[in-house]
Design a protein around this ligand. Structure first.
Ligand code: BGC
Length: 540
């Protein structure tokens, strides 16, 4: 029987489905495209794949606006294609995690269409959050809340005068989780995919489902501090949300091995553990490393704090450096130190892309940070393309942009398209081997140097580094602890795992002498046997 704890130290590779591989020449990546790349996935040495939403969607938010939770978008394939993919992944020992989006459906979901044609106060409206407006004839939104997509009202008016709540785009109406019907339907969805063999779920915006919307609703100025750590905010991180996940856990535990779940819960670190409880989802993302600069103190503080939290909660850690929502780490680390790009709430700031990054330093540091991350206990979430050292694509013309953040800020924020450009498989050719036609976001000429084909042929490439590191990690990973090794050298992080596996990262500017032992991998070549700046070495 499969190990029920497989996820605790797993390496999970995020596939942004529309940008991975296009099998039918429509410029959009699809399910069969992923299946056609199984041998590549197997060659990486990952434990699981996490698929971004592949459900029917108008793509108002890259698929996070779901029309039907129990189907495959016809542009991406069919349920039968999905079954083939899952079998192919399992055949090479790779688990499959799917994204589930419970906070909001799309405005094309049959429930929302029914709500629009049903009267005020009807059960159909009660699956969402409809309210009367404020002011004369209710012409103003019920509150002044702003959407999490960089502002704009979080309410939209429907023809009969009522307003519905959407914490994100208007095309993403929030579901009412007080509705038993909504709850039961999601349990059905969990079973639907679990029955098909899905091994786990990534839960989108997991902290927002439970809301306290008793009247009168409060305006912004009256709301508790959004950093409230006591569950008192009416819109997020309320304690009642854990009742929902306790129900989910019961369903997930009906399977053998139990299905896993990881919460995307953007909450204060002291409140994270509850999402990761064994009676709840089991694991929660932490984006602290992703939000840290390439800096020894910030990395060390983050690691210490997260190890302590995970230990207190009995949970397994999660580490992330890049995702479909943030500027790729090779680019972040290439920015001048005084202008490092911050990912506010996981969202890249458009203005951060000037001045241009130092691309070589960025990749060197990204390789070092990745090796450090892979030596930590817990699971590591990788994002497609980072194994190529890929950079953010900055030069996407406005007319090609897709991210609602770009549109909602009238271009003030560039949004997340730059990390979602279809990845380069071949050094040249139409869409760099992504498919037999164009790509839905334009690919830059510099992709040649970062393509799978180019990197296959260079033994020092980032691709080979990832493969070697993942292979070593599999053999070395043991226990869920580490010990820091003190050093006189400034800006050095050195730790050792209980089995003697050491990781040394040089965040400084001088060459560093390595401790005794066998150097099994380095993120950049040693110089006179010493570890250069912006580099990591593993020693056994
Ligand atoms: C996802 C985003 C998405 C948002 C709304 C986030 O957590 O990762 O890509 O835009 O949820 O669904």
């Amino acid at each position: 029987m499969a190990d029920p704890d497989w996820w605790r130290q797993a390496v999970v590779y995020e596939i942004y489905v529309r940008s991975f591989a296009d099998s039918n020449a429509d410029g959009v990546g699809d399910i069969n495209g992923i299946t056609s790349r199984i041998s590549y996935l197997a060659s990486l040495g990952i434990d699981a794949v996490w698929l971004s939403p592949f459900y029917p969607s108008a793509l108002a938010d890259g698929g996070y606006d779901v029309d039907d939770y129990r189907n495959v978008d016809p542009k991406l394939g069919t349920l039968a294609d999905f079954d083939v993919l899952i079998a192919a992944l399992h055949a090479v020992n790779i688990k499959l995690v799917v994204d589930i989006v419970p906070n909001h459906s799309s405005n094309r979901h049959r429930w929302f269409l029914e709500a629009l044609t049903s009267p005020k106060g009807s059960p159909a409206r009660d699956r969402y959050i409809f309210r009367e407006g404020a002011g004369e004839e209710g012409s103003r939104p019920p509150t002044d809340w702003e959407s999490l997509f960089s502002g704009g009202p979080s309410w939209t008016r429907v023809p009969d005068g009522q307003w519905y709540l959407h914490l994100f785009a208007p095309e993403q109406p929030d579901l009412n989780w007080n509705s038993r019907e909504v709850r039961d339907d999601f349990l059905k969805t969990l079973r639907f995919w679990s029955d098909r063999g899905v091994d786990g779920f990534r839960v989108d915006v997991a902290h927002c489902l439970a809301k306290d919307l008793t009247e009168p609703l409060l305006n912004k100025a009256e709301l508790p501090d959004s950093d409230a750590r006591d569950g008192s905010h009416p819109l997020w991180d309320r304690d009642e949300v854990h009742e929902i996940y306790a129900e989910w856990r019961k369903v997930l535990n009906e399977y053998h091995p139990p299905r896993t779940a990881v919460a995307e819960a953007v909450v204060h670190s002291s409140r994270r553990a509850r999402y990761a409880s064994p009676d709840g989802l089991g694991q929660v993302f932490n984006f602290d490393l992703l939000n840290a600069d390439f800096d020894a103190v910030q990395f060390k503080d983050t690691i210490i704090a997260n190890l302590a939290e995970a230990k207190a909660a009995g949970a397994s850690l999660t580490w992330v450096l890049s995702s479909h929502d943030s500027i790729r780490h090779a680019t972040r680390y290439g920015m001048p130190d005084d202008r490092s790009v911050k990912n506010m709430g996981g969202r890249p700031l458009g203005a951060g892309m000037t001045p241009r990054p130092d691309v070589e330093r960025g990749v060197r540091r990204a390789r070092a940070a990745t090796l450090l991350m892979l030596a930590l206990p817990g699971s590591a979430y990788l994002y497609q393309g980072e194994e190529l050292g890929l950079h953010q694509v900055a030069d996407i013309p406005d007319e090609a942009r897709q991210d609602p953040i770009f549109f909602r800020t009238a271009g003030a924020e560039k949004g997340r398209d730059g990390c979602r450009v279809p990845i380069p498989w071949t050094a040249d050719g139409l869409s760099f081997g992504f498919g037999n036609n164009g790509a839905h976001l334009p690919q830059p000429a510099w992709f040649t140097a970062y393509s799978v084909q180019t990197e296959e042929n260079e033994l020092t490439s980032t691709l080979h580094l990832y493969r070697r590191a993942l292979d070593l990690r599999h053999r070395l990973q043991a226990g869920e602890d580490l010990e820091w090794v003190a050093s006189d050298v400034q800006r050095l992080l050195h730790f050792v795992r209980p089995n003697g596996w050491q990781s040394v990262t040089n965040f400084g500017s001088e060459l560093v002498t390595l401790p005794d032992g066998a150097v099994v991998i380095t993120s950049s070549p040693l110089i006179d046997g010493k570890l250069p700046p912006d580099s990591t070495a593993w020693i056994t």
